[in-house]
Design a protein around this ligand. Sequence first.
Ligand code: GLC
Length: 491
Amino acid sequence: MNDNPCVRPDPSRRFPDGSSVRSVRSVVLCAVLLGTAGWGTVRAAETAAAEPPQEAWLRERLEWFQDLKFGFMMHWAPYSQWGCIESWPLVEADKWARPDDLKAWIDRDRDMARFTRDYRALPKTFDPVRFDPRAWAAAAKAAGMRYVVFTTKHHDGFCMYDTRLTDFRITSPDVPFHSNARSNVVKEVFDTFRADGFAIGAYFSKADWNSPDYWDPSAPSPNRNPNYDTLANPEKWARFVKFTHGQIEELMTGYGPVDILWLDAGQVRPPKQDLGMDDLVAMARRHRPGLIVVDRTVHGRHENYRTPEQQVPKEPPPYVWETCMTMGDQWSFKPGDRYKSTHSLVGLLVDIVGKGGNFLLNVGPQPDGELPAEAVSRMREIGAWMAVSGGAIYGTRAVAPYKDGRVVFTRKGTTVHAILLASAEGAGLPERIEFGGLRPAPGSEVRMLGVRDPMKWATDAAGRTAIEVPAAVRAAPPCSHAWAFSFEVSP
Ligand code: GLC
């Protein structure tokens, strides 16, 4: 049994939905730490201009991708049992990733090696018997999400799919879940979401802290990078490159059509960590023509779109992008995590889409395989808003000015949507909605999404438009949090 104090059996522990801890002796409140990965220097460069890809087919794929607008991300693996931050506690230098009780555990014996051993033993207790990808896809669909990005392998190297290239995988005989009919988790997730109409994204960490050719076990590995000189040991590094290509090839051949290869760990780049990206991408596209590749933060031809993390750009960026963001405080499951309100999630979605981006919203499934009930109810509430207002979101693009006060604009052809964000949580619709910057074409009808009859409107000499909202609509609005109005603009 794992004797890490963070993994004390706690039969009284309950998940947010009131169900008790299963399978695990595991989940412990490994305290709260709102960490960022510390890619700070790379982030600064996110604002730099990016060239659109030269290939016409890829530009088309990116148009298709931008139409999707709302995606579901999940970080899930044996680390979910501890409720700690995914993978990062393994890195001695990344102290931000250690909640206080993990830190105490390491500091007590000053024994990082022992801690690492316990962390790496987590698969031996991983048995998420309530894993049901149909429930995940149903929750995502109800939210109005149209694509999924799932962690096939995070930095710790544990594979949530049936790789033949390492034993550190969900289908290994020493993982209790291996005998479950759904043990090839990635396949289950991809097949189920695909059948439900979702586009499929494979998150894959280029770094692998379990591979002896990335972190050589004969020496300490103090930071996220290889712990040996890759340039002086080209054969060893070449083994890692081959291993990585092999793993990606498995994902591109055994798991049905994949639309997005979402590559994390931006430190893995030339000159010292050269994965031969040209060859890797060519191989992946041989199997999956049309594949969108996101070599995150590396910039250049293999970062087909950009993925600012936990933040929304201040202004609409001049390139294709997606904000990835946690619904709670961390990417992986944390007991008692604080989820953002539906009101702020809808506000984020509108702000992101108004700036031309996609919103990839992350929830960490529980160690028993279920999604936290509170997250599911947020998803349902977002979905209620999307069912009314999705026309102002899906398939739209940014239009200048993207915003006037609390009104955010989106565009689809010559139709413009003006989305009014409620002044506060629970605030109702005002009698009049005013905005400048864009105006309905003369004679255009102005409609509110979810309301049958067109509304009265007028544009004054200064170019400001006012829409009158009838009392009956204010008394029974079709949705809360934000309201979308549509009209035609002159081409
Ligand atoms: C951050 C986290 C990493 C996570 C990623 C997702 O970099 O540190 O663990 O996978 O965000 O975007």
